[in-house]
Design a protein around this ligand. Structure first.
Ligand code: HEC
Ligand code: HEC
Length: 299
């Protein structure tokens, strides 16, 4: 009896197919229908109308050809970009935009990293902020209004909650506004861990009189800082740096304070030696090591 099924090829094929199918359903299809396979971080919110419109611009413009949106759990990546990506972050990303190539940096933790103003300036002309950047300029997006009807249709199709007020907001918005709003939303459901400080409080500049460091500082300034503080450091978007008016008060501040302002940037109302900053200075700690930050920017 035992050998008979092996002599009936058609019956054998049917039985094998059924057995394999049962295995597939139990091992693959069933788990896919359980909630554990669709994790969602507790404070993850669906995109707003404007953010969703920005996400569409991101796809239209193919930003994912040059940027990834996922930080791998590797030490070097976490040090550079921040907390590694969690499965529960992408519940509203349909489709996800992880990308696979990093011509530019990863954007998984870009939300809140810079001010809106920084993004407008960067999109208008990336080379103003990073000399030699090969990212295209996207200033022209400001001439293209967002189409509220289209966004409404997409929100419905994706099952996002929306009200008329949500889409009314879009009336005078451009694709550039939408893209900036989207940038500020990316990856914000994961709380940011503060980075350990790079130097101790009270440290003084060990390179203050080092001629090599002064030459290096001049180069760093021209490449990265002149766009906002002016070629002659007399001020533009950022304040003058040749005077002693640190954080807008006629008084000098400690070397450590200047270091922290450059390494971590400034936020509105953040206090530096009792003075309130206006915000808008980006952070450079992830691009430059200690030595570069200490290199004096004598212009
Ligand atoms: C040809 C490749 C390329 C394309 C396409 C591109 N970028 Fe970039 N991007 C870069 C490079 C290189 C950098 C790093 C230098 C710089 O900031 O300009 C960068 C930097 C950035 C940054 C700053 C990241 C940081 O952490 O400092 C943002 C934000 C950004 N890109 C967004 C976008 C968006 C949005 C799009 C699509 C509209 C886009 N990029 C398209 C190459 C590209
Ligand atoms: C995107 C524009 C931008 C770039 C690029 C930039 N800064 Fe700033 N910076 C600012 C702004 C805006 C402020 C004022 C910050 C505040 O009030 O919170 C500032 C403040 C500062 C201060 C404090 C000045 C004071 O008077 O108290 C220092 C020091 C400084 N920047 C150094 C640098 C260096 C060095 C670089 C290059 C590595 C640089 N900045 C690049 C915008 C910029």
């Amino acid at each position: 009896m035992a050998g008979t099924i092996y002599k009936k090829p058609i019956l054998f094929a049917v039985v094998v197919t059924v057995v394999v199918l049962i295995g597939t359903i139990v091992m693959m299809v069933y788990p896919m229908l359980t909630p554990q396979m669709h994790p969602k971080l507790q404070n993850l919110k669906p995109y707003t109308a404007l953010q969703l419109a920005g996400r569409d611009v991101y796809q239209e413009e193919g930003c994912f050809y040059c940027h990834t949106q996922t930080v791998r759990p590797l030490k070097a990546e976490v040090m550079r970009y921040g907390e590694y990506s969690k499965a529960g972050e992408f519940a509203y990303d349909q489709p996800f935009l992880w990308g696979s190539k990093r011509t530019g940096p990863d954007l998984a933790r870009i939300g809140g990293k810079y001010t809106d103003k920084w993004h407008y300036k960067h999109f208008n002309d990336p080379r103003k902020l990073f000399q030699g950047s090969n990212m295209p300029s996207y200033g022209w997006l400001a001439d293209h209004p967002v189409n509220p009807k289209e966004v409404e249709a997409r929100m419905k199709a994706l099952g996002f909650p929306y009200t008329k007020e949500d889409t009314d907001v879009l009336a005078d918005k451009t694709k550039l506004d939408a893209l900036v709003a989207y940038m500020q939303a990316i990856g914000t459901a994961v709380p940011r861990k503060p980075k350990p400080p790079m130097i101790a409080k009270g440290d003084t500049n060990p390179l203050a009189t080092d001629p090599n460091a002064i030459a290096e500082g001049k180069k760093i300034y021209e490449m990265n800082c002149a766009a906002c503080h002016g070629v002659d450091a007399k001020g533009d978007i950022g304040p003058e740096l040749t005077d002693k008016e640190w954080v807008y008060v006629m008084e000098s501040v400690g070397d450590d304070t200047v270091f922290f302002m450059i390494a971590d940037g400034t936020k509105k109302d953040q206090e530096f030696e009792g003075r309130k900053a206006k915000g808008g200075m980006p952070s450079w700690g992830e691009f430059f090591g200690k030595k570069k930050i200490w290199s004096p920017f004598r212009i």
